[in-house]
Design a protein around this ligand. Sequence first.
Ligand code: GLU
Length: 286
Amino acid sequence: MLTRFAPSPTGELHLGHAYSAVLAHDAARKAGGIFRLRIDDIDGSRSREDHLLAALADLAWLGVDWDGDPLRQSDRLGDYAAALADLERRGLVYPCFCTRADIAASLAAPHGPPGPVGTVYPGTCRHMGAAARERRLADDPHCWRLDMGRAAALAGDLDWEEADEGRRPADPAVHGDVVLARKDAPASYHLASTIDDAAMGVTLVVRGADLIASTDIHRLLQALFGLPTPTYRHHALVCGADGKRLAKRDGAAALAGLRAAGADGRVLAADLLDGRLPTGYSLQKA
Ligand code: GLU
C-alpha cells in the first residue's frame, strides 16, 4: 500500500487539504504501508518556496509524517517531455496554437454541451495541414493536445476501482482534446500526475471528489502508457458556511492561521478522520 498527498505550493493549505492529507496518511499507516509527498510545482510562475515550507510545517503540525523525500515535479520535466514525445511518435497528440479568445470565438457557434471540466476544445488545430504545422511550430506559442478520438478508440473500454464502491466506468471522450503540455509549462496536471503516481508506485490515490472527472483522463493515459491503475478514493469536500467548497481565498480556513492561533493540529487531524469538522464547516460529496 502506498498513498500520497500532492500539494501545489501556490497558496496556503486549508482544512480541505488537511482532510485529504489526513485520510491518505491514515490509509497508509493503518495498512503498514508507505505515505509520500508529491510537490506539484511545475507552474513556475505561481509556485513559491515559502508556500512549500509552510505546507510542510502544516503537515508536521497535523502529525502527518511522510516517507522518503518529497517528489518534486519541477525535477521531472525530462520525464514528462519523454512521455509527450512518445505520444507524438504515435500520432496521439498535436500542437495547438489557439488562444483563449480563438477558442471562445469558435465556441460561440453551437458545438455541443460544455465538458465536465471546462470547455471542450473544438478541435481546430487537429485539422491543420502538416506544412502549416511545421512552419508555426518553430515560432508560435503552442500547447499540446491529446487527439481524444484516436486515443479513446485505441484504449477501448476503461474503468477503475473506486474504494468502497466497486468498479466505475471511465469516460474520457467527454473531455475532448485535453491539454497534456501547456504553453507555459512542459506538462499539464493530467500528464504529470499520471506519470508520477506510477513512478512512485502509488496503489491508492486519495483525493477530493472534484477530481473524479480528471480520473477519466488519468485512466486513459495509464492505458496509453501501459501503466498500472491504482485504486481511487474520491472523498467528500470540505465546505464553508456558504456551502461552497473551500478555495485558496478562504483565509479563515488556512492551516497556518489555526496553527499560529495555538490550535492543536493532532486533535484537528483526529477530528477530521472521524468526520468532525470545526464549527461552520461541513463535508459534502461533490
Ligand atoms: N496538486 C493537485 C491539487 O491540489 C493534486 C491533485 C491530486 O491529488 O491528484 O489539486
